[in-house]
Ligand binder design. Structure first.
Ligand code: 5GP
Length: 189
């Protein structure tokens, strides 16, 4: 039985936090490690956070059709889900949890031969997202503006997902994703 869960939404909505929470709650889930061309950050590990590679290596994998989906999420930076990653997780008898950007998620839905559970995470409005990105302090002001512009476009895609979760109250969002995923893993086929 094949089941895939996709968590998506604009940058800064807390999809990674919710993803980590789900991985703790459900031992049957396994994090799908993406490939990226962005530089490794402090504290990250090769093969655990991402498969880090240069542009040439990534583009070769695109040509060889090794990706289920890939996107140039930010100018000059590729991210993608390798088909081999889903096979690896399948071999473990687990179900992949994909935490990917919005257009990547839409492509996963298009390319899979079966229906995944797709969850769109968002904040109530863009002002809250702006505050979060500013508080996170990871980006310079121009980058925050770029992320917000991208978020505005991405927000329109929510209706292509099974469900939307507003992550303004983390505890509430955690409860919601837990019951949805629990239902999906137990009852869907
Ligand atoms: P970061 O560089 O902060 O880890 O991730 C930047 C963005 O890329 C996030 O929105 C993240 O969800 C997205 N991302 C990570 N992996 C993938 C992937 O495999 N495919 C796509 N399309 N987006 C990804």
């Amino acid at each position: 039985m094949q089941k895939v869960i996709i968590l998506s939404g604009p940058s800064g909505v807390g999809k990674n936090t919710l993803g980590d929470f789900l991985l703790q709650q459900f031992p049957d889930l396994s994090y799908s490690v993406s490939a990226t061309t962005r530089p490794i950050r402090k504290g990250e590990e090769e093969g655990k956070d991402y498969y880090f590679m240069n542009r040439e290596a990534f583009e070769e994998k695109i040509r060889n059709e090794e990706f289920l989906e890939w996107q140039e999420v930010y100018e000059g930076t590729y991210y993608g889900t390798l088909k081999s990653e889903l096979d690896r997780i399948n071999q473990l008898n687990k179900f992949p949890l994909l935490v990917v950007d919005v257009f990547g998620a839409l492509n996963v839905m298009k390319n899979l031969k079966f229906k995944p559970l797709s969850l769109f995470i968002q904040t109530k409005d863009l002002d809250i997202l702006r505050q979060r990105l500013e508080l996170r302090g990871a980006d310079a002001p121009e980058r925050i503006e770029k992320r917000l512009q991208k978020a505005e476009v991405e927000m329109h895609e929510f209706d292509k997902f099974d469900l939307t979760i507003i992550n303004d109250d983390l505890l509430k969002a955690q409860q919601q994703v837990t019951s949805i995923v629990n239902y999906f893993l137990k009852f869907s086929n």
